[in-house]
Structure formats: structure tokens, C-alpha cells
Ligand binder design. Structure first.
Ligand code: ATP
Ligand code: MG
Length: 366
């Protein structure tokens, strides 16, 4: 069943932000690139926010990157968003597709099992055998559908696809067409204006370096970095937390002091250096903003369902412990040393740092 407006765990951005998209469309007087639903200015406003129109900011950190990404989608080349896990590459790709084409429906999830059929076309074999090759028996890939409709298709984790499958994109991106010889020599689908590809690739997985240089040349690469500004990260976490809790009817109660602790810990452990300039051993675990949002969410759920509703340092310590201990046992030792030195010092001032320290000391970190 196709979902409509009923409650879903993770609505598509075009339905989640339906009202904002409608407002932007109604107020749009800017120049629209061929095939785009919105002007480039409105696409930017959708992603970076526009106070005068009541549009919220959705992507934090690097406004220039968003502008370059928009420009890149107007051009001949695809857009490739690369970066550490949890830096909002997928989210940015989705927001761009939602704004430019009004839908995020067309997507290919790259994996070792991705085949040509996922990028070009396959067949409904029952029909193929019964009637021979026909338009009806053709199963178009999301890429082929995007070409026909003149919209954006996303390819998630492109570097996880086998190299020969990745290379199938070279001709798609340079010739902007897919031939279907089984339907006759003139059966060629040419991309309508507005067609483009947004790829994402995770720098911790199978390398972008293994991507063929011919394919690399057909993409504009943009590296998405973790949010470095604590004030931005703070705002982002608050907003995402509200987004996540609202459907369950919980009003987030995360006092400023608790939020400061969460952001400070993530920034310290991510950078391997505290704001006061003390260096520490950086865990290999990914301390991404996405993980910070998960920690805030889990801590708020624990506070709401098992506590008195208010998130404390202790809730955060238990959740951050879980993030740090995901990958490498060595990370537990590093986190313990951070707690024993840096947090201990901060705990002297009392308050939430104290409850963070006490709870962190109670964790099994080795
Ligand atoms: N700069 C940012 N602006 C807004 N939200 C962010 C930012 N960085 C991280 N987030 C949060 O992180 C979440 C996860 O991001 P997303 O899944 O898009 O990351 P990703 O880079 O695709 O990760 P992966 O490499 O693991 O696929 C977002 O939904 C958002 O809540
Ligand atoms: Mg992703």
C-alpha cells in the first residue's frame, strides 16, 4: 500500500514540509531552471530557511556548499555528496530532490547486490515470456523513470555498488539517454530537462578512491563536514528533537544546561580537543551530529517514560557511553580517561556536569 497522510515513522520531506513547499511555490518569482518546480532561490530558502516566509532552516553549517550543490544540479554533471557518516548527506540529497522535483521517491540504494537492472531497466519475466519484449513488460529503474520525467534520482552509497555497475552511470551521465535495444533500434529514452543524479558516498566505507576516474569526472564532488559551530549544533539538536518527539505527544524538556553538556561532549570527542584547548584521545567511533540527535532523543525518551520528564546529565552520560562503545573496545578506555580528567574537573562546578560524571563513572567502559 502506498502511504498517504496517515502517521508514518519517517515521513518523506515533501509531505513533512508540504506547507513550506506550497508557500515557496506561491511566492516564487525567481528564475526556474528548465524542469524545476521551484526557482533556485526558493530551493535555497527551503534548505537554509527564510524568516520572512516562515521557512525553517533544515541544513546547518555550510551555506556555500548548499548553493554550490544547487548550481551543480542545474549543470551537466551529477552531484556527489561525500563525507563522514551522519553528516546529513542523505538528508541534503532528499531536501534538494523534494524542492527541485517535489518528490524524493526515486532512489537506488547502492550495495554489493546492485545490478544493471537497478540503474537501467529490467523485465517482468512472466509478461516477457508470454508476449515478448514490450513497453508493458519493461520494468524501468528509478534512473530511467527520472530521465523520462525530467526529475532528480538519488543513488545512495554509490561506492558500495560493484565498480562495473558504477561505470554504467558514465554513459547515462554523459549521453543522458538509455537505449533499450530489445524494443527496437529506435527505442531510446532521452532525459527530459530537469533530470540529474545525486549520489552519496560515505568516506568510512569502501573508498571513493576506488571510483573510476571517468565516473568521478561526471560528478561535482562536495564534501559535507560535521557541524563545528556549537551554537548551530545546539539549535539543530533542539529542532530535530522536537521533530522526533512531537508525533509521540511528548514535549521535549531538555534544559539548556543539559544541551550544553551534550554539544560540548560531542565537540570535544570529535575534535580530540576541548574548548579550553586540552587535547584528548579521540575515539574511533563516529561522533556525528546524527549520533548527537539520537542521544538527545533516547535521553528524552528515558526521561519522559522512566523519569520525571526532565533530561539530566545522567541520562546523557548513559546514552553517550553507548555511542562511544560501538566500534572499538579501546574507545571505552579513551572515554574513561575523558571522564576521569576533563569531566571530573567540570563536575566540581556541580549541577548537571556532576550528574553526568556520576553516571559516567558507573558505566562499564572496559
Ligand atoms: N549539518 C546538518 N544539518 C542538519 N542536520 C544534520 C546535520 N548533520 C547531521 N544532521 C542530522 O543527522 C541526521 C542523519 O543524517 P543522514 O542520514 O542524512 O547522514 P548521512 O551523511 O547520509 O550518513 P551516512 O553516511 O551514515 O548515510 C539528519 O537527519 C539530521 O538530523
Ligand atoms: Mg546516508
Amino acid at each position: 500500500m502506498v502511504s498517504t497522510d496517515q502517521a508514518v515513522l519517517r515521513p518523506a520531506p515533501e509531505s513533512q514540509h508540504k506547507v513550506e513547499l506550497a508557500k515557496l511555490l506561491a511566492a516564487d518569482t525567481g528564475l526556474k531552471p528548465p524542469g524545476w518546480r521551484l526557482s533556485a532561490r526558493s530551493v535555497r530558502a527551503f534548505i537554509l530557511g527564510d524568516v520572512s516566509l516562515g521557512i525553517t532552516r533544515k541544513f546547518y553549517g555550510d551555506d556555500a556548499l548548499v548553493e554550490r550543490a544547487i548550481v551543480s544540479l542545474m549543470g551537466e554533471q551529477g552531484l556527489m555528496l561525500v563525507g563522514e557518516p551522519g553528516t546529513a548527506k542523505s538528508m541534503l540529497g532528499e531536501l534538494l530532490s523534494a524542492a527541485v522535483t517535489g518528490s524524493t521517491r526515486l532512489v537506488v540504494q547502492g550495495s554489493a547486490g546492485t545490478t544493471e537492472e537497478h540503474l537501467r531497466y529490467g523485465w517482468n519475466y512472466a509478461l516477457l515470456i508470454a508476449e515478448g519484449p514490450s513497453e508493458k513488460a519493461l520494468v524501468p529503474s528509478p534512473v530511467l523513470q527520472a530521465m523520462r520525467a525530467g526529475v532528480i534520482v538519488r543513488i545512495e552509497e554509490l561506492t558500495r555498488c560493484p565498480p562495473e555497475i558504477q561505470d554504467g552511470l558514465i554513459s547515462i551521465l554523459s549521453e543522458k539517454m538509455i537505449a533499450i535495444p530489445e524494443l527496437g533500434e529506435n527505442a531510446i529514452v532521452r532525459a527530459a530537462p530537469g533530470f540529474n543524479i545525486i549520489g552519496t558516498a560515505n568516506l568510512r566505507d569502501r573508498g571513493v578512491s576506488e571510483m573510476s576516474s571517468a565516473l568521478k569526472r561526471r560528478f561535482n564532488f562536495e564534501t559535507v563536514h560535521p557541524v563545528t559551530d556549537p551554537a548551530f549544533e545546539r539549535e539543530l539538536i533542539q529542532r530535530r528533537l522536537a521533530d522526533r518527539l512531537t508525533p509521540s505527544g511528548i514535549t521535549p524538556n531538555m534544559p539548556g544546561a543539559a544541551l550544553d553538556i551534550l554539544v560540548a561532549c560531542f565537540q570535544d570527542l570529535r575534535a580530540g580537543r576541548t574548548a579550553e584547548g586540552i587535547t584528548l584521545q579521540k575515539p574511533t567511533a563516529v561522533m556525528s551530529t546524527a549520533e548527537a540527535v539520537n542521544v538527545a532523543h533516547a535521553a528524552a525518551l528515558e526521561a519522559a517514560y522512566l523519569g520525571d520528564g526532565t533530561v539530566t546529565g545522567a541520562h546523557l552520560a548513559r546514552q553517550i557511553g553507548g555511542v562511544v562503545l560501538k566500534d572499538d573496545p579501546e574507545d571505552g578506555r579513551k572515554f574513561k580517561s575523558y571522564v576521569d580528567h576533563i569531566i571530573k574537573d567540570r563536575a566540581r562546578s556541580g549541577g548537571d556536569w556532576r550528574s553526568f560524571y556520576d553516571a559516567a563513572r558507573g558505566l562499564r567502559l572496559d
